[in-house]
Write a protein that binds this ligand. Structure first.
Ligand code: FMN
Length: 386
C-alpha cells in the first residue's frame, strides 16, 4: 500500500481509497451519501444545474441536502462535480434541420412528436467565470464558505481558470480534474490541482478530454498506461497531486493492483450502475440477468462529444447515418436528444457504461444496495491501519 493512499485517506478522513464516480443522469445523492457513510468519497453530479440562473445555488443546496439526509454523510466526504467545457455557440437553423432529418431517418418516422427546442442542457462552469455572471460565482463561494464546504470540487471536460481554482482552494476545498492524456495531465500538474482523475479508454461515460483534444489529440490511452505516464510526470515535477485511476476497475483485486502501483485511490462508475440507488439499476440488472452478449463502443453522436456506451442497434444506425453531418454542438444536441429519448424510449437505446459492464454485480432477487457493492469492493483490500 502506497504512501500516496495513506495521505489520501488522511486528507479526506476516509476509511477506503474509493471514489464513487459522478454519473450525470444515473448516480444520485443517495448513492453518494451511502458511499460516504461506508467510508469512501461520494460524488454529486451538478452538470444539470443552470449556472447562469440565479436559482443555481438553490439547486446545489437541494442536492447537498439530500446527500446530508443520510447519517454519516459528512461534507468532507463529498465531491461536487461540474462540467467545464467551452461555452458552445447556439445551433444554426441548418444544424437544427440536419438533426431533425437525421433522427427522422434513424427512427424511420416523419414526425419526431415535438417542436424542436434545443435548450442548452449542460451549462459549463466556465459560464460563471464571465463578468456578467460573477455574482453567481460569488454566491456559490459564499455557499461553500458558510453552508457546505465539500472535501472536493471536481471538473470534467477541462478545468476552470487558475484564479477560480485558487478561490475554491482558499476555502479548504481540494480540486480534482479529469485527464485523458499525458498532455492534459501535465497541464494539470503545472496548474497545481490537488487530484487528477486518470480516465482511461475503458471508462464508461463521456471522455473528459479538454476542449478540442477529443478530435486530434486523443491517443486513447488505457487507464494503466495513462496512470503510469502521469506518475512519471508527477515525480519529475515533484508534485503532490493525488493520482486516481478511473476506467475498467470493477473489483477489489483491480483496486488493490492500482494501489500497489502507487495510486492514491480509484474512481469507479460502472461498478455502481446496478446499485439500488442508481437511476439505471433495473436496466442493468435485467441486462446482466439476460446473459446476452454485451459490448461497448465509443461514439460522439448522440451528445456531440465522445462517450463510451452500450453497443446497440440504435447506436450503430445513428453512427452510420450521422457521418459528415453538421449537427448542433454538445449541450444543445444532448438536451434535444434526451427529449427525443423520452418520446421514443423503446427505440432510443443509449446507455453510458464502461468496458467492465459484464462484471457488474447484481443480487439474486433484488438489486444490491450501494453499501453492499461498496462492502464487496473493500472486503479483501489491504488498507493502511493509520
Ligand atoms: C453513466 C455514466 C455517467 C458519467 N457521468 C459523469 C459525470 O457527470 N461527471 C464526470 O466527471 N464523470 C462522469 N462519468 C465518468 C466517470 O467519472 C468515470 O470516469 C468512469 O465511470 C470510470 O470508468 P468505469 O465506468 O469503467 O468505472 C460517467 C460515467 C458513467 C458510466
Amino acid at each position: 500500500m502506497s504512501r500516496e493512499c495513506t495521505r489520501f485517506l488522511k486528507t479526506f478522513k476516509l476509511n477506503y481509497p474509493i471514489v464513487q464516480a459522478p454519473m450525470a443522469g444515473v448516480s444520485t445523492p443517495e448513492m453518494a451519501s451511502a458511499v460516504a457513510a461506508s467510508g469512501g468519497l461520494g460524488s454529486l453530479t451538478l452538470s444539470h444545474v443552470d449556472l447562469q440562473d440565479t436559482s443555481a445555488v438553490s439547486a446545489i443546496r437541494k442536492a447537498v441536502n439530500s446527500f446530508l439526509s443520510t447519517a454519516g454523510a459528512d461534507p468532507q466526504k463529498a465531491n461536487l462535480n461540474f462540467f467545464c467545457h467551452p461555452i458552445y455557440p447556439i445551433p444554426t437553423v441548418r444544424q437544427k434541420e440536419n438533426w431533425n432529418n437525421l433522427y427522422c431517418e434513424v427512427l424511420e418516422t416523419k414526425d419526431l412528436k415535438s417542436p424542436l427546442k434545443f435548450d442548452n442542457g449542460n451549462v459549463s462552469f466556465k459560464s460563471i467565470e464571465t463578468q456578467e455572471n460573477s455574482d453567481i460565482f460569488l454566491s456559490l463561494l459564499t455557499f461553500f464558505e458558510t453552508e457546505f464546504t465539500p472535501g472536493v470540487v471536481s471538473f470534467h471536460f477541462g478545468c476552470p481558470s487558475s484564479s477560480s481554482i485558487q478561490k475554491l482552494k482558499k476555502l479548504g476545498i481540494a480540486i480534482f480534474v479529469t485527464a485523458t492524456s499525458e498532455f492534459e495531465g501535465e497541464e494539470l500538474l503545472k496548474l497545481g490541482v490537488d487530484g487528477i482523475i486518470c480516465q482511461g479508454y475503458e471508462a464508461g461515460g463521456h471522455r473528459g478530454c479538454f476542449p478540442g483534444n477529443e478530435v486530434h489529440l486523443d491517443e486513447g490511452l488505457s487507464t494503466l498506461c495513462l496512470f503510469k505516464r502521469l506518475q512519471e510526470a508527477k515525480n519529475k515535477l515533484g508534485s503532490e497531486a493525488f493520482l486516481i485511476p478511473a476506467g475498467g476497475i470493477m473489483d477489489s483485486r483491480a483496486i488493490q493492483f492500482y494501489l500497489d502501483q502507487g495510486a492514491s485511490a480509484c474512481q469507479l462508475g460502472t461498478a455502481f450502475l446496478a446499485a439500488a440507488e442508481s437511476k439505471s439499476s433495473k436496466f442493468y440488472r435485467d441486462l446482466i440477468k439476460s446473459h446476452h452478449k454485451i459490448s461497448t463502443t465509443l461514439t460522439p453522436f448522440p451528445s456531440g462529444l465522445p462517450a463510451r456506451t452500450l453497443q446497440t442497434p440504435f447506436i450503430e444506425r445513428l453512427a452510420s447515418l450521422s457521418q459528415g453531418k453538421d449537427l448542433p454542438p454538445y449541450g444543445y444536441r444532448y438536451s434535444e436528444f434526451k427529449l427525443l429519448r423520452s418520446k421514443f424510449p423503446s427505440l432510443v437505446n443509449f446507455h453510458l457504461c464502461g468496458q467492465g459492464v459484464n462484471q457488474i454485480q447484481t443480487g439474486r432477487d433484488k438489486c444490491l444496495s450501494t453499501a453492499e457493492i461498496f462492502s464487496r469492493l473493500t472486503q479483501d483490500l489491504v488498507v493502511p491501519a493509520d
